[in-house]
Design a protein around this ligand. Structure first.
Ligand code: ADP
Ligand code: RBF
Ligand code: MG
Length: 170
C-alpha cells in the first residue's frame, strides 16, 4: 500500500493548494480591449487558446497589481458572460520579454475572434505564474486551474459578479 498511497496523496495535496488560493478579490479588476495576435502558442503548443489583450490595455491594471493566474468572467463581441481564467505576466516558462494579459474562455467558439471587443472582470486569484520542468507539467497545471476556477465561479458570490464583465461595465 506504500506506493499506492503516494499516488493518491499527491494529486489531492496539489489540489488543496490551489483551492486554498481560489479567493475572491476585494477589488476586482475590469479590463477591455480588442483581441490581438500573440505568438500563437496557446492553441498550437498547449491546446489552450488565450485571447491576448493589447499591450496598451495593461495601463488599465492598478500599478501594484501582482502577476499571476486570475479567474472571473468575460464577454466577447457583446456575448457572454463566459467563465474565464487569465494569465497576467511574462510566462516564465517561455521567458517572454513583454507582460501579457491572456484570458482563456471556458467556452467552445466556432471561430477565432481576433479584433473582437473583449471585456474581462478578474474577480478571483489562483496562484503566481510558475516555471515548469516541461510542457506537460504546464498543460496539467493550466487544466487544473480551469477546473478549480470553473467550480469557484459556480458559487453564488462569484456568479453575482458576472455583470462586471458586461460591455458597459455593469
Ligand atoms: P495568440 O498567441 O495569437 O493569442 P492563441 O493560440 O493563444 O494565439 O489563440 C488565441 C485565439 O484563439 C484568440 O485570439 C481567439 O481568437 C481564439 N479562441 C478560440 N477559442 C478561444 C477560447 N475559448 N478562449 C480564448 N481564445 C479563443
Ligand atoms: N505560463 C507560464 O509560463 N507559467 C504559468 O504558470 C502559466 N500559467 C497559466 C495559466 C493559465 C490558466 C493560462 C491560460 C496560461 C498560463 N500560462 C502560464 C501562459 C501560457 O504560457 C500562455 O498562455 C501561452 O504561452 C500562450 O500565450
Ligand atoms: Mg494567446
Amino acid at each position: 500500500p506504500g506506493q499506492k498511497s503516494f499516488s493518491l496523496v499527491w494529486p489531492s495535496l496539489r489540489r488543496m493548494e490551489v483551492v486554498r488560493n481560489a479567493e475572491i478579490l476585494s477589488e476586482p479588476v475590469v479590463m477591455r480591449g480588442e483581441v490581438v495576435k500573440g505568438f500563437g502558442r496557446g492553441s498550437k503548443m498547449l491546446g489552450i487558446p488565450t485571447a491576448n489583450l493589447p499591450e496598451a490595455s495593461l495601463a488599465q491594471l492598478p500599478s501594484d497589481w501582482r502577476t499571476g493566474i486570475y479567474f472571473g468572467w468575460a464577454t466577447v463581441g457583446g456575448k457572454g458572460p463566459y467563465k474565464m481564467v487569465t494569465s497576467v505576466g511574462w510566462n516564465p516558462y517561455f521567458a517572454n520579454k513583454t507582460k501579457t494579459v491572456e484570458p482563456h474562455l471556458l467556452h467552445e467558439f466556432r471561430e477565432d475572434f481576433y479584433g473582437a471587443e473583449i471585456q474581462i472582470a478578474m474577480t478571483g486569484y489562483l496562484r503566481p505564474e510558475l516555471n515548469f520542468d516541461g510542457l506537460e507539467s504546464l498543460i496539467a497545471a493550466i487544466k487544473e486551474d480551469i477546473e478549480v476556477s470553473s467550480r469557484a465561479l459556480d458559487q453564488p458570490r462569484h456568479m453575482a459578479l458576472r455583470k462586471l464583465a458586461q460591455p458597459q461595465g455593469g
